[in-house]
Ligand binder design. Structure first.
Ligand SMILES: [Zn+2]
Length: 303
């Protein structure tokens, strides 16, 4: 059996996993990240975690998925939003410390590689992923090759404008898809609906904590406020999916991120509004697609 390490760098934590040649996750470690942590802290954490796993498994290579803009050919993270990486030669630092081939790629791209190898779009040659979380990320594979763009920042699928008079976005535009379809947006929509309907089942479901799941829980209990809110949210996601299908015509659009845990309930909101030829699925990799895809960097699955 061959083993590779996949690393998924996120805003809240770094996950490090051992993936075998049948795409199973044999073991996983994680350490926290967050405000104030330095590039050195993250890189040393990755090196320490890999060292622990290398004692137990014969590891062939290391792949790292990072948010932001990644120069995959040189293994450099050019810039990564909230993370302290700026022209960071991540692959070089990790490979020098551990003496293993090390590869770096955008985290959305890793998630899509994972889905294409072992998940919701296994066997596809043209596929798109949208990762729904704090914001919306994404990646595109056409003809089995990642679309990286002239400046290596392609795949920002949360930033096409759906309302030019809408909310200001972090990217400088107004009314981006992300402003309406991210988990953050769904939580804001839930908070607003609770304020307007304090006696609803939705308000009861959200009395301790409001998450992306709250409105789904209330909807399941028959709450009409929640059902109406989710209907509109589903319309936004299906509009986005139909638009992405017009642009890329993939075999499959995969949705990942925490919201994708709603699986069938989420697809039931989207599917009735899809145009003929638009296919949408939720991830089947249980939040681990990013690790599995990262582990496959440097193999035939990543081009
Ligand atoms: Zn934007």
């Amino acid at each position: 059996m061959k083993y590779r390490i996949g690393v998924d760098i996120g805003g809240m934590s770094v996950k490090i996993g051992v993936v075998d040649s049948e795409f199973n996750l044999s073991e996983k470690l994680r350490f926290p990240t967050g405000e104030g942590c330095t590039a050195e802290y993250i890189i040393n954490g990755i090196i320490d975690g890999c060292r622990k796993l290398m004692k137990k498994y014969p590891i062939e290579s290391i792949g790292i998925g990072s948010p932001g803009c990644v120069d995959n050919a040189n293994g450099v993270v050019l810039g990564a939003g909230n993370l302290p990486f700026k022209n960071e030669p991540l692959a070089q630092k990790v490979s020098e410390a551990l003496s293993l081939p090390t590869f770096v790629e955008n985290d959305g791209s890793c998630a899509l590689i994972g889905e294409m190898a072992a998940g919701a779009c296994k066997g596809c040659h043209d596929a798109v992923i949208i990762t729904i979380g704090t914001g919306i990320g994404g990646a595109i594979v056409m003809n089995d090759r990642l679309v990286r763009g002239a400046k290596l920042g392609a795949g920002e699928l949360g930033h096409f404008v759906i309302d030019r008079n809408g909310e200001e976005c972090t990217c400088g535009l107004k009314g981006c898809f992300e402003q309406y379809a991210s988990a953050t947006a769904l939580i804001e929509q839930t908070e607003k609906a609770i304020k307007e309907n304090p006696d609803s089942i939705l308000a009861e479901c959200g009395k301790d904590e409001i998450t992306g799941k709250t409105v789904f829980d209330a909807s399941e209990r028959g709450c009409e406020v929640a059902i109406a809110l989710l209907k509109e949210y589903g319309n936004i996601l299906s509009d986005g999916s139909n638009s992405l299908n017009h642009i890329f015509q993939p075999e499959m659009i995969v949705i990942s991120g925490g919201i994708a845990n709603q699986g069938k309930s989420l697809l039931a909101l989207i599917n009735p509004h899809l145009l003929p030829g638009t296919e949408v699925a939720t991830t089947t990799l249980n939040g681990e697609g990013g690790i599995i895809g990262a582990a496959l960097l440097g193999t035939e699955y990543s081009k």
